[in-house]
Design a protein around this ligand. Structure first.
Ligand code: SF4
Length: 213
């Protein structure tokens, strides 16, 4: 099957199977959402959602967060890990955005402290409803196993997927693939036996053989 036909079939099946709304982070205000995504590196969404609630209870405005000391912020965000860098970045973002709304382009977003393409894509897709492909570990694993790409470089994965899929399908595709990776196509033991994409997946037989030995 050609790659663009395969990816559309995967997109349609996951779209039909998975919830219409997929949101891992609960904050909806653009600035608070950005801070949540920055805090989400290397931790779980459950921890981020709880920590962000605590953070904005103490620092409810951009101004108050911009004026906070790193030690004050570190103390609150400690459970998310990498708290020293994260504290610096979120205070610097608050300072950078004091007099402006959160930008809505990739070019402007990646200029903010601690904001890379993945974080920017989350903002573009989730907050602004723009085409975006969020390449995280789950997404990358699934699209590689399905043979849609053969690279672990997030920039290459994003670029290749973008060429295969219509812009309006990209964000929904990245969210459904992400959720599918978390719930079915696990890193260690993918559930290949009952996988709804099994007939499309070139990795399935290898995993089934491995699990039967
Ligand atoms: S068949 Fe297995 S490896 Fe392929 S997508 Fe499904 S769960 Fe993942």
């Amino acid at each position: 099957m050609e790659s663009n036909i395969l990816i559309e079939e995967v997109a349609h099946r996951l779209d039909a199977l998975l919830p219409a709304e997929i949101q891992f982070l609960e904050q909806r205000d653009p600035f608070r959402f950005l801070i949540s995504v920055i805090l989400s590196a290397q931790t779980t969404d459950r921890i981020v959602n709880a920590v962000v609630r605590d953070l904005f209870a103490v620092f409810p405005t951009k101004q108050s967060l911009a004026d906070a000391t790193t030690a004050q912020v570190e103390q609150i965000i400690f459970p998310t890990g990498y708290y020293r860098n994260k504290a610096k970045h979120i205070i610097a973002c608050a300072q950078a955005l004091l007099d402006q709304d959160l930008p809505d382009t990739m070019e402007e977003l990646v200029k903010l402290p601690g904001v890379g393409r993945k974080t920017a894509s989350c903002v573009l897709g989730d907050i602004y409803g723009k085409p975006a492909i969020i390449v995280d570990t789950h997404f990358s694993r699934v699209v590689n196993r399905l043979g849609l790409v053969s690279s672990n470089d997030p920039v290459i994965v994003e670029r290749q997927i973008r060429t295969m899929l219509a812009a309006q399908m990209q964000y929904r595709f990245s969210m459904t693939v992400n959720l599918f990776g978390r719930t079915t196509c696990h890193a260690k033991k993918p559930e290949c036996e009952h996988c709804p994409l099994g007939d499309l997946c070139p990795s399935r037989d290898g995993f089934l053989k491995k699990s039967s030995t």
